[in-house]
Design a protein around this ligand. Structure first.
Ligand code: PLP
Length: 373
């Protein structure tokens, strides 16, 4: 079995798993309980929060843990937008569905501007500058695109938005965290959202990190746990596992980067030899963890299943939209080509991936290209 769908989810790291298991048995009490056992859990919770903030250098941010990044994105975007009765929101055509679909909802009340990607899968600063007006209330642009692995110009965006101090900035860091270091301070962003299962942690937990004092329009009602933004009992084991995963993989970024670059170019060189393959992921401004390609004569779904028959697992785009037979919107925004965007697949790698696995993938693609092409 060759797993090349790490962008969809990752296996749990053994040390992260150990943290999860230990916490579940040692600190099962509810951290919001007033008694001693609860307070012991609460102390552990405080340690986990402190660790995440230290690792990401966010002394002036608070954290709210959610069930995943989808929930974090929903809470962040509705929470920020709905503080205002009207205004302009700027986002991109290449956001993950958990931002994009929220934006479609917000369109009912707000003016939403969608920035397109250029041929390198990156938004253009000129477009952002043009879109930004005095009525802008919110800008939500992802750090790393999940379909292409391209890095968006967050540093430049922040610099430009200095002249718009009232605009709130949300950045989805799901596909960048634990893969690359930011060239901007995380602390400059109003709200950052992440997901633990994308970085070798368990599913069922994600979160938002937001500037202390920032107010969100409430969407969930209940206890005062987690500042009332995400009320209800949370799983301390998932929180502890999140702290462990963020620490371990954020600190391993440099160590993994050289290897990932080597893997990426090994795969790219192999793909360039296959005449029926069009490579969508560019060579620069990328994480080296994702390679998106199209085989224009074959539907993306057909390629996925043909590879699956050989026990090689990739996806057509983000996992959440992979069942739809629509053009992949990021690839369409990048290429404006209907054929390329319905025949794309995403190969997403990890430090656990080997060149031997990629060699087998290349041979399989070669066979598929000959059979269907
Ligand atoms: N944001 C990005 C960029 C993603 O790639 C994903 C998942 O693929 C999400 C958000 C949603 O994450 P989750 O599955 O934790 O809801």
């Amino acid at each position: 079995m060759i797993y090349l769908d790490y962008g969809a989810t990752t296996p749990i790291d053994p040390e992260v798993m150990e943290t999860y298991i230990k916490t579940s048995s040692m600190f099962f009490a509810n951290p919001t309980s007033l008694h001693q056992l609860g307070q012991k859990s609460n102390y552990q919770f405080g340690l986990a929060v402190k660790e995440i903030k230290e690792v990401l250098n966010l002394p002036n941010h608070d954290i709210v843990f959610t069930s995943n990044a989808t929930e974090a994105n929903n809470l962040a975007l509705f929470g920020l937008a709905e503080l205002q009765s009207k205004g302009r929101i700027i986002t991109t055509r290449i956001e993950h569905a958990s931002v994009y679909e929220v934006m479609h909802e917000l369109e009912k009340k707000y003016e939403v501007i969608y920035l397109e990607a250029d041929e390198n899968g990156v938004i253009k600063m000129e477009d952002l500058k043009q879109a930004c007006t005095k009525s802008t209330i919110l800008v939500s642009i992802m750090w790393v695109n999940n379909v292409l692995g391209t890095i968006q110009p967050i540093r430049e965006i922040l610099s430009w938005l200095k002249d718009f101090p009232k605009v709130k900035v949300h950045v989805d860091i799901v596909q960048g965290l634990g893969k690359i270091h930011p060239d901007f301070p995380f602390s400059a962003i109003d709200v950052l959202t992440f997901s633990t299962h994308k970085l070798y942690g368990p599913k069922g937990i994600g979160g938002m990190l937001y500037k202390k004092g920032l107010v969100f329009q409430k969407r969930l009602f209940g206890s005062s746990a987690q500042y009332g933004i995400k009320p209800g009992t949370f799983d301390l084991s998932l929180v502890m596992a999140t702290a462990k995963a963020i620490k371990k993989f954020h600190q391993a970024v440099d160590q993994h980067q050289t290897y990932m670059k080597e893997l990426y170019f090994f795969l790219r060189t192999g793909l360039e030899k296959l005449p029926f393959v069009v490579i969508n992921t560019p060579k620069e401004q990328i994480t080296y963890y994702v390679m998106n390609i199209s085989i224009p004569s074959i539907a993306g779904e057909t390629i996925v299943h043909a590879l699956e028959a050989k026990e090689i697992y990739v996806s057509t785009g983000s996992a959440c939209s992979s069942k739809l037979k629509k053009p992949e919107k990021t690839i369409f925004s990048q290429t404006k080509d209907l054929i390329r965007s319905t025949s794309s697949i995403r190969i997403s790698m990890s430090h656990l991936t080997t060149k031997e696995e990629l060699q087998i993938l290349l041979a399989a693609l070669s066979e598929i290209g000959e059979k269907y092409g």
